[in-house]
Design a protein around this ligand. Sequence first.
Ligand code: ATP
Ligand code: MG
Length: 559
Amino acid sequence: MAVNETYTTTNFIHNIIDEDNRTGKHGKRVHTRFPPEPNGYLHIGHAKSICLNFGTAIKYGGLCNLRFDDTNPSKEEVEYVDSIQQDVKWLGFDWENRKFYASDYFEELYQYAVELIKSGNAFVCDLTAQEMKDYRGSLTQPGTESPYRNRSVEENLKLFEQMKNGEFADGDKVLRAKIDMASPNLNMRDPVIYRILRATHHRTGNKWCVYPMYDFAHPLSDAIEGITHSVCTLEFEAHRPFYDWLLAAVNHPNRPQQIEFARLNLAYTMMSKRKLRALVEGGYVNGWDDPRMPTISGLRRRGFTPHSIRDFCDRIGVAKSNSVVDYALLEHCIREDLNVKAQRVMAVLRPLKVVIENYPEGKIEELTAENNPENEQMGVRKIPFSKVVYIEQEDFMEDPPKKFFRLSPGKEVRLKYAYIIKCEQVIKDETTGEVIEVRCTYDPDTKSGEALSARKVKGTLHWVSAAEAVKAEVRIYDQLFVSENPEDGEDYTANLNPASLVTLSECLVEPSLKNTMSGDNFQFLRQGYFTVDQDSTAGHPVFNRTVGLRDSWAKIQKA
Ligand code: ATP
Ligand code: MG
């Protein structure tokens, strides 16, 4: 049902499953589900949940469902349903024919609510939201029972039906479970299980004006689907008693076990669909798939591969206590993957013209360049070399410090795959004094790959041949937020990084990149990993920088 990888890692959830399989608790079945609410695009935190749920099913030869928890029609949209499916598939997982919606069960859920009323476990309550809050008590004080708590079964049945039939206004009445207003667990103090809400649902339209609450719909959906292990994040721990109470109260034959794990928190990253949506709607980013977004679609556009994200989710592990993961680990994972997959190419981001005075006018040499030194099977390609080339502005300094091994007056460097050149003269803009051209000579006996080339110099530069180079736009990204925890403080928009996007529109790339495909990954020599953006047009590529080359994570590990 998915990714062709072996799942060998283990965690405390797998230990629970091993024990269940030993005792035969769920008939040795393993059936999980990934249950997103379609109220936004998925983010990297969801990827952790997807990898855990689908990965666990794969490891145990079980099944994993995709279920849309669509019980809140005012915030849910088809666009999100579609993007969620695209993202799960892209990550490499397959729900086969098991795509479900909580809304598929609205009729069944309504019947379960009727059952609860009949067994004396639910009642219709007229308290206002504020009154209900006041009656609820606190962690240190028990709550007070609603004056409507002892309505007869007949009255409750009649009122609930009237609620369903639209005879009351939104918010006038709710259906509540009847449990224990003195429970130390606030979730057990007669929680609301149905509310009246006139909103058009993306699947059921205007058929319903009462909607089940998440805490009511979720356990029952799990039970209906025969889920064995209902994996969710830690904040639901205090909801587990209600989960179990509900399935017992309706005497459901299936009893899935809820297991909580720590959610992924990533430094410099905010992970709430609601807040990410506000960034999109407020125009702070260019859509859900902006490459600075921690969404799966943003990471995809940034150049992350499904493998790198699965690898990341594997490495962070599954724990019982919350922590913040270093962003460098995510970058390390994509570097590792692209190191063996991405073709090396030459691209000059801020070009400086170099004229090689003793190189014949009009001559073009086809030089041989390796596609990937880490992966010989990727072969070689030809790149043109000629009298005029461009190098990176920062690779030239007129008055260099001592250890500058790049180009400077009177000094030599090697042009990668080509020759050793020597800087003879610097030409400056008369008014600004800016260096606009460097005149060099080359040593014809130093051609790369030839016997005579043995002479060594300290610096090797990337370059492109002027006549054949292709103009390109390159987008360099930095963290979207300047603070490690963007939600610190009153307003997270105050923590946005004003320099999170730098657009370089005068870049020159080697001619092999003229007609690349959106989504292709490359390593620009000495610059980092880049991917072709969907904004590219014929002959004019646009690249996103996925990540630079310096691996701060590997450094942390060595230290
Ligand atoms: P958000 O606040 O971002 O909308 P959510 O938990 O409300 O998150 P859901 O659509 O309900 O979003 O989540 C689907 C599944 O993904 C749930 O099982 C949830 O626990 C899990 N999930 C969400 N965020 C994270 C995270 N940061 N780390 C791990 N799992 C997560
Ligand atoms: Mg949510």
